[in-house]
Write a new protein. Structure first.
Length: 255
């Protein structure tokens, strides 16, 4: 998975996820309803912490989310600091050209001490996992998630996680297959079953083990302060995308 996505010839480095090629269209790319809901949470964070905070999109792609949020602020909060954390050098170059007001970093290394409002929209389903097989079933160990959450623990943060979660029973059932069915490839909106045969040529996603992710955050000093399904988070929406329950939004805080 690391070779397929993050190597020099990987999908993201080649621009597959950040150069306008939509192999797996999801909430942030299709819905202003979702972005408005994120903005509402940002306003609540500003109300608690003041108008001078860091707004961080972790795994930002082309920074479409930050662009939308800045437009929604209508210059009401001129002291916000905008950060895009993006591993792909291709995407980072695109952001620097398109949005010079965004600070672009390959990892979470923000030097100031301001509170951070962090958006992790479909971040954890793109991180490397280690497969552990027990009793004839694979389980994904979220090693990439551990590294990221550990990098956040020394900052005052609120982290909004929007992702596709599965529970223990689903993990056990899907993990009986080889490769396990909680890992999938996508290209041109189609599932690629043998994604491992096409390194760098398709997106790869892993359903996120909810209980394990919550434990990772808690082990690093965060509390789960809110959990909603997509319709609860977005509210009434005319977007076709939200007619189906697909993802959940979890909010963590270490304040």
């Amino acid at each position: 998975m690391e070779e397929c996505l993050y190597s020099e010839s990987g999908f993201y480095e080649r621009g597959g996820g950040a150069a306008g090629v939509k192999h797996f269209v999801t909430a942030v790319t299709t819905s202003m309803g979702f972005r408005r809901a994120v903005y509402k949470n940002l306003e609540q964070f500003i109300a608690k912490n003041g108008p001078k905070v860091n707004v961080v999109d972790f795994g930002s792609g082309n920074a479409d989310m930050l662009f939308s949020l800045k437009r929604l602020t209508k210059d009401l909060y001129p002291d916000l600091n905008w950060y895009a954390i993006e591993v792909s050098s291709t995407a980072r170059i695109n952001i620097e050209v398109l949005y010079p007001w965004i600070n672009v970093l390959p990892k979470f290394e923000i030097e100031n001490d301001l509170p951070c409002f962090i958006i992790a929209n479909e971040l954890f389903d793109n991180l490397v996992v280690e497969l552990v097989k027990e009793d004839g079933s694979y389980t994904p160990e979220l090693i990439g998630a551990k590294e990221i959450v550990q990098s956040l623990k020394n900052k005052k943060c609120e982290v909004l996680v929007a992702d596709y979660f599965i529970d223990d029973e689903q993990i056990k059932e899907m993990g009986k297959h080889t490769p396990p069915k909680f890992i999938r490839g996508y290209r041109n909106q189609q599932i690629v079953e043998t994604w491992y045969n096409y390194p760098g040529k398709c997106d790869v996603t892993v359903d996120v083990h909810k209980e394990q992710l919550v434990n990772i955050f808690e082990d690093n000093g965060f509390k789960l302060i809110e959990g909603k399904n997509q319709s609860e988070f977005v509210g009434n929406s005319e977007d076709e995308f939200f007619n189906h329950e697909l993802f959940d939004v979890l909010t963590f805080s270490n304040d």
